[in-house]
Design a protein around this ligand. Structure first.
Ligand SMILES: *Cc1c(COP(=O)(O)O)cnc(C)c1O
Length: 372
């Protein structure tokens, strides 16, 4: 079946389960596990991934927006789902009816959700997000803003129609090496703990306190608290081999045509590559519309029978070329791994000047996901 597909992404749910269990085994017994499902589960397919993880006992899921949360509910996922981004307060009845958990990032929004929930006659479950140094979303609490920040957090929690189940913050550099990143992360953690303690002193406590993303889980075991929130790690990347995680996606294509070009032939748009000697060139039906970044042109190599083949010439929308001169065993129909167990996604991301996250999310909807 796969040989008849142009380009496809093999998804191993068994590897996902393996990663889930390996990460879980490294956590304190009572720590809950929130699995990141945003951006279609980092390109792996949110419905399939969430179903498998729910079977394995994942406690919580998180998504970026309401539409992603509803996709999980429509697919029958029952576990709690946290929406990390903003949802307009008009949708409060849907949030309540679908048993979704909404992130609240400031007092003004808490007031809006409270009014909407009271009007609807229900209770909205919320997690408060605290800005401890990511400088993105969340209650401002750093430095001179501490007292007012805590005041706003406490006020938010006492509003009618809201159940403030959780509180969380997000690390900016927990996946980076070096003393500076370590200090910054520990200061974020310390500030988060101080906010929780100050709220507690005013009679407000939270059932679920969480802050650890993948970097937090790997590098700061003391940050596990009541729940962890790994994304990239769960899909088998960013581990550095420490937990023995396995990549869940293998982006595959095949050789559709092979021709031997003479020396001094320009290959593809712009003629940025010229053959030096007679060159055996394979055409692959994958291009930037599938998620293979054009900026990788002439800079990367892909794995096929026998070894790695350098990519040559500009990557086009739907196709690109590779040099098969040194891989005589590769033929028309040979499969080619763009990234996966043999061809490192981290290496490809570095060649593209980006992070593995972006390449995973870029695998477009034209590429069928094949669950193996
Ligand atoms: C995306 C995200 C995560 C997971 O990040 P990873 O680096 O993939 O582990 C955790 N928390 C929040 C708020 C996020 O947006």
């Amino acid at each position: 079946m796969q040989e008849t597909m142009r380009t496809w992404a093999e998804i191993s749910l068994d590897n996902l389960e393996h990663n889930y269990r390996a990460i879980r085994a490294a956590l304190p017994q009572e720590c809950r596990f929130l699995a990141l499902m945003k951006a279609d589960a980092y390109g792996h397919g949110a419905v399939a991934a969430a179903r498998r993880l729910e079977e394995c006992g994942a406690d919580y899921f998180a998504v970026a927006c309401l539409a992603e949360a509803l996709e999980l509910r429509r697919a029958g996922v029952k576990a709690p789902v946290l929406i990390l981004g903003h949802t307009p307060e008009d949708y409060t009845p849907i949030l309540i009816a679908e048993n979704l958990t909404q992130t609240v990032t400031c007092l003004a929004k808490a007031v809006e959700y409270s009014a909407a929930a009271v009007k609807y006659g229900g209770t909205l479950r919320i997690h408060l997000k605290i800005d401890t140094g990511m400088s993105r979303l969340g209650y401002l609490v750093a430095g001179q803003h501490f007292e007012q920040g805590v005041e706003n957090i406490v006020s938010s929690c006492t509003l009618p129609g809201l159940d403030a189940e959780g509180i969380y913050t997000h690390f900016a550099v927990s996946d980076e090496e070096g003393e500076e990143a370590r200090d910054y992360t520990l200061r974020q953690l310390e500030l988060f703990r101080s906010v929780i303690a100050a709220a507690q002193a005013r009679g407000v406590s939270f059932r679920v306190r969480h802050c650890a993303n993948s970097g937090g889980v790997l590098n700061y075991p003391e940050a596990a608290m009541d729940m962890v929130r790994p994304g990239l790690l769960l899909y088998g990347y960013g581990d550095g081999g420490r937990l023995g995680l396995k990549p869940c996606m293998r982006l595959m294509t095949h050789v559709s045509t092979i021709k031997i070009y003479d020396a001094h032939t320009k290959i593809s748009y712009g003629g940025i590559y010229e053959t030096k000697t007679a060159t055996r060139v394979g055409v692959l039906p994958i291009g930037y519309a599938d998620g293979l970044f054009r900026c990788l042109s002439n800079k990367c190599e892909f794995y096929t029978q026998g070894g790695f083949a350098p990519q040559i010439g500009r990557i086009c929308m739907d196709m690109c070329m590779i040099d098969l001169s040194r891989l005589p065993q590769a033929n028309v129909e040979s499969t080619v791994e763009i990234f996966g167990p043999n061809a490192s996604l981290d290496k490809l991301a570095a060649e593209a000047g980006t992070v593995p996250y972006e390449l995973l999310c870029a695998v477009s909807k034209r590429v069928p996901r094949v669950y193996i």
